[in-house]
Design a protein around this ligand. Structure first.
Ligand code: GLN
Length: 198
């Protein structure tokens, strides 16, 4: 499976290392030609407005949006979650997302930079072990469509959600050295989705 990491802004290197630890040699996606090589994509943490603007400049916005709506398995962490959401609250004026996930997210919901925090969460991948989750100016999910599965929550706010082909977390598993979420994306989201289209 060829997995890309959108590499225009954000914590690209950390996602590349996390995927490498799962046995994947990721492709850094900066141009449409690189996008067309990949079967699945990771949208990093960073700044969602900057990432979407850079995508427009590099001619990647519409191609990524089309691939996502065409069923390309995609995982977004933090800013990546915002980019996958169909609707954003507290968006910057004119802010656009790729969409695809039937969720409404609130940007910076947990507070500003100084309010960044870490906590252990229960992630519904079948393991009893908690996952260390790092939240940095993180969004939370305020509304989920009927097809959305909530995989983790903090104080009743969903912070990890999935659909058939898309996975999103408010937090940054790429920063902790625990690769369970990346492995879940590869094994439980991307592989089954790609098997289906074969
Ligand atoms: N608050 C950022 C945004 O709106 C996301 C922060 C992050 O990715 N750590 O894009």
């Amino acid at each position: 499976m060829k997995v890309g990491v959108l590499a225009l802004q954000g914590d690209v290197r950390e996602h590349v290392s996390a995927l490498a630890a799962c046995g994947i040699s990721p492709i850094e996606v900066k141009r449409p030609e690189e996008l067309s090589e990949v079967d699945a994509l990771v949208l990093p943490g960073g700044e969602s407005t900057t990432i979407s603007q850079l995508c427009e400049i590099f001619g990647l916005f519409e191609p990524i949006k089309a691939r996502i709506s065409g069923g390309m398995p995609t995982y977004g962490s933090c800013a990546g979650m915002i980019l996958l959401a169909d609707e954003i609250l507290d968006a910057k004026e004119g802010q656009k997302t790729f969409g695809g996930l039937d969720i409404t997210v609130r940007r910076n919901a947990f507070g500003r930079q100084v309010d960044s925090f870490e906590t252990d969460i229960d992630f519904a991948d079948g393991s009893d072990e908690l996952i260390r989750a790092v939240f940095i100016r993180a969004p939370w999910v305020e509304k989920t469509g009927s097809e959305i599965q909530v995989l983790a929550a903090v104080d009743a706010h969903p912070v990890a959600v999935r659909s058939q082909t898309l996975l999103a977390t408010s937090f940054h598993p790429e920063l902790t050295g625990d690769h369970r979420i990346h492995r879940y994306f590869i094994e439980q989201v991307a592989k089954p989705a790609l098997e289906k289209v074969k």
